[in-house]
Design a protein around this ligand. Structure first.
Ligand code: HSE
Length: 327
């Protein structure tokens, strides 16, 4: 492989995201500080995209089929230049977790590439490219993971065609996430949804979406808690997640404001007003999945207001470890 004359490269952290935020299917999303993927992107002077997994994840090496590769191919279509990208990925967000693994690859790749091109593309254009990665992953272009991953914080996707993304002020809340180690493919979790909704359910749902957005904007935690209710998607999808109802009930009893399925699952997230409550909520989640006998990972984290960021450490492409940038 031939690097560009300048050998320009960059390492970025591409964070996990919680899509839907319970009531806002396909329109609301939130960026997390943990977990995050690490990606190293190098500019090439050949018109091609090369994908390399540094930690043995069986990522599709055909860039058209890869969630990081497809967005870069779209980006190259809009550039009249003899360049390409070599992407090395150290995945820390497990595919099929519901924490925006495919979005992190897509958003990380486009933000890193855009940096290497001196930021010629806007955030909205980057979201448009990154949605090509979601199409590869789930068969559908949705932006509720890639938008918060690129913008940071909480985003509302008012429209996809044309893209209209609104950044919503994010209060300083704690987020507890449990990832039961079962895989739910987004494509499957979309397939099982009913195609029609009852008007009475739609009325409840849009009341909750408006309430949630108003709650975030006013910093009204009680309103946020009341609005974290989903009468359309959750009743169908929660069947795929053992322990879901127990987690929801007992985490609220432990003081969480509320929460639900993260994206298309199987992860479940809960929002809390302080770290102590978020830790207690984690304890409840751990107890439940230990009792059920399903392996799990938990995270206690906060809302990431930056989105994809340039790392202070370079990714060592040989060992897949980070090392301090010097000089
Ligand atoms: N809005 C998408 C879904 C997010 O729920 O299918 C997938 O992460």
């Amino acid at each position: 492989m031939q690097a560009s004359p300048h050998g320009k490269s960059i390492t970025v952290h591409a964070p996990g995201t919680v899509a839907n935020l319970v009531c806002g299917f396909d329109v609301l999303g939130m960026c997390l500080n943990e977990p995050h993927d690490i990606m190293h992107v190098t500019l090439l002077d050949e018109r091609k995209v090369v994908i390399e997994s540094l930690d043995g994840y069986p990522l599709p090496s055909d860039p058209q089929q890869n969630t990081a590769g497809a967005p870069l191919i779209e980006m190259l279509h809009e550039l009249d230049r003899q360049i390409g990208f070599h992407v090395q990925i150290k995945k820390q967000i497990k595919p099929g977790s519901g924490i925006g693994s495919s979005a992190a690859s897509a958003a990380g790749a486009v933000v890193a590439a855009n940096h290497l091109l001196n930021n010629v593309f806007t955030n909205t254009e980057m979201v448009r490219f990154a949605m090509a990665g979601e199409k590869v992953a789930s068969g559908v272009k949705h932006a509720d993971n890639v938008a918060p991953c690129i913008y940071g914080g909480i985003t509302l996707i008012r429209s996809i065609f044309p893209l209209d993304i609104i950044a919503i002020p994010a209060p300083d809340l704690y987020v507890t996430v449990v990832h039961p180690q079962i895989e739910v493919r987004t494509a499957d979790a979309r397939q099982i949804l009913r195609k029609e909704v009852l008007l009475k359910d739609a009325i409840k749902q849009w009341g909750n979406i408006a309430g949630l957005v108003a709650g975030f904007m006013k910093g009204d935690l009680e309103l946020i808690g009341r609005s974290l209710e989903d009468v359309i998607i959750e009743p169908v999808r929660s069947i795929l997640i053992p322990g879901f109802n127990d987690v929801k009930t007992r985490c609220r009893q432990a003081g969480a404001l509320g929460g639900g399925i993260s994206g298309s699952g199987p992860s479940i997230f809960m929002l809390s007003r302080d770290k102590q409550t978020a830790d207690n909520v984690e304890g409840v989640m751990q107890e439940i999945y230990t009792a059920i006998g399903i392996d799990f990972h938990t995270y206690v984290t906060t809302i990431n207001k930056q989105g994809v960021t340039v790392a202070l450490k370079e990714l060592n492409p040989i060992h897949g470890e980070e090392q301090q940038i010097t000089g």
